[in-house]
Design a protein around this ligand. Structure first.
Ligand SMILES: [Zn+2]
Length: 153
């Protein structure tokens, strides 16, 4: 919620008659419909909290929006900053599962246990990949798989 409040306050200089009405309740003139033209002190746009977010609702034109969509309408540059900061904040550290690599021993022994592409079924994805690229199917599979993961160029 901290980020939402921060960005609403950053946007507040662009919102006519902006007032804090209570905890996470903000009121100002609606930037979508322009609010009342007769009474310039009328402000019927509200931000209120909902499910750990701030939601916009105008009681004049009925417009509803998330903070993100509201910022996009008001100030796309500020909206991009908001998305960037929110994303960075919500990002969870990636958990990498460590698996003990199998040690095959050096050299020939492990290579002998590798299948040849020609021993795979005709509809096997690797075999199809090989066939499409016109690579001889007698090449050991490991060599092909290693070729596949190498960066292009
Ligand atoms: Zn409105």
């Amino acid at each position: 919620m901290y980020i939402e409040q921060k960005y609403l306050l950053l946007a507040s200089s662009q919102l006519q008659g902006f007032k804090k009405k209570g905890d996470n309740l903000y009121n100002f003139r609606c930037p979508y419909c322009g609010d009342s033209q007769k009474n310039k002190s009328k402000a019927r746009g509200f931000f209120f909290p909902k499910e750990n977010n701030l939601i916009y609702k105008c009681h004049n034109c009925g417009k509803g929006a998330s903070l993100k969509n509201f910022l996009m309408h008001l100030d796309p540059k500020l909206c991009n900053d908001y998305i960037f900061e929110k994303y960075r904040k919500d990002e969870k550290p990636v958990q990498v599962k460590y698996e003990q690599p199998k040690y095959f021993g050096q050299g020939a022994k492990s290579l002998k246990s590798i299948k040849k592409v020609s021993s795979l079924k005709l509809d096997h994805p690797v075999r199809q990949w090989i066939t499409e690229r016109k690579i001889p199917s007698s090449i050991p599979l490991l060599v092909i798989l290693r070729t596949e993961v190498l960066p292009v160029g």
